[in-house]
Design a binder for this molecule. Structure first.
Ligand code: P6P
Length: 339
């Protein structure tokens, strides 16, 4: 038959990481992350049957009501990473404090993650995701939270998993290309399916993605940019899932811009730097896009350059292709802001 159902030489995640890094510990780490994401896939897809919808009765570091799936996904991620033997420090959106791995099982990596990002959508079966960033212990460090309180320039690897009609993992190594892997449930492996993801050359589809419910709180240049998206000779489409992984994945593949700006209600924005801002910024920029904060603490900054002052530090996010981020920059320039 024309469609080759079986690839005798499937490029699995492990093979890809080994071939591109020759770092056995990184192979073990990515395998541990992949294993926990397979477990999360199973939990998310069986949530209705296994009665996993609803609240767990706790509140997390963001003040969100924790869902049963938040707690389960977090436990699976922590157990996989602690027992991988290659991690020293873990930071999770679901844990107020960092997790220091006991010396007997400690290793060189420090991982920050949101195990189930967008989980407020889970009970109505809208896509959710896992987001992670990987740092290495600083020379001489046995693994402390300071190893993670560094800007995105020190981030070794960043990735996300989209739990949707398909389960896709996207990640990039520092300075490398962005690659996509689909979970082939018949063999339980993430298999390489997207080689070198890049923004469409011409900026791609005209799509803007923001929670306009906040728009009265935005600063004027952001309001002006979004109005321009709406009123240009080719009006943009509005697409907002409310799950960052879904919105960012679509933005890279189709084009457009995702905005969660600072505003007078939330001067540091809403999204978290270590496990949303930095990993997504690294992926977006290495796919040829721009990851800006917009106006943040008095100037326009690059998300990658921000140094987290705490593990749950927040940052504003304006991420997308050059064509559309430039529209935002132009509004700041008109307002006399150095860009
Ligand atoms: P809002 C989910 O809670 C999240 O962290 C991102 O996944 C998502 O893009 C954003 O917050 C949604 O926030 O305020 O629009 O509900």
């Amino acid at each position: 038959d024309t469609q080759n159902q079986f690839d005798a030489d499937a490029l699995t995640l492990n093979r890809f990481v080994m071939a591109n890094t020759h770092d056995h510990d990184l192979v073990i780490l990515m395998n541990a992350i992949a294993t926990s994401c397979k477990l999360i896939t199973s939990a998310v897809q069986r949530a209705g049957v296994a009665k996993l919808y609803g609240l767990a009765g706790e509140v997390n570091s963001t003040g969100d009501d924790q869902k049963k799936l938040d707690v389960l996904s977090n436990d699976m991620m922590i157990n996989a990473l602690v027992n991988s033997g290659v991690c020293a420090v873990l930071v999770s959106e679901e844990n107020e404090e960092p997790i220091i791995v006991p010396p007997g099982r400690s290793g060189k990596f420090c991982v920050a993650f949101d195990p189930l990002d967008g989980s407020s959508n889970i009970d109505c079966n809208v896509s959710v995701g896992t987001i992670f960033s990987v740092y290495e212990r600083r020379p001489g460090s046995n693994g402390t939270v300071e190893d993670l309180l560094r800007n995105g320039g020190s981030c070794l690897c960043a990735g996300y998993v989209a739990y949707s009609s398909a389960v896709e993992m996207v990640f990039t190594f520092k300075g490398g290309d962005v690659h996509g892997f689909c979970l082939d449930s018949t063999i339980g492996e993430f298999v390489h399916t997207r080689n070198k993801m890049v923004f469409p050359e011409d900026g791609g589809k005209r799509i803007y993605s923001a929670n306009e419910g906040n728009s009265i709180h935005w600063d004027q240049p952001i309001k002006d940019a979004v109005e321009l998206f709406k009123s240009g000779e080719k009006a943009y489409a509005a697409r907002y899932v409310g799950s960052m992984v879904a919105d960012i994945h679509r933005t890279i593949l189709y084009g457009g811009i995702y905005l969660y700006p600072a505003d007078n209600k939330s001067p540091k924005g809403k999204l978290r730097l270590l496990y949303e801002g930095i990993p997504m910024a690294m992926i977006i920029e290495q796919a040829g896009g721009i990851a800006s904060t917009g106006m943040f603490e008095g100037k326009i900054q690059s998300v990658i350059d921000l140094v987290p002052d705490a593990i749950h530090a927040k940052c504003p996010i304006i991420m997308g292709g050059k064509r559309d981020v430039q529209v935002v920059y132009d509004q700041y320039k008109k307002a006399g802001v150095d860009v």
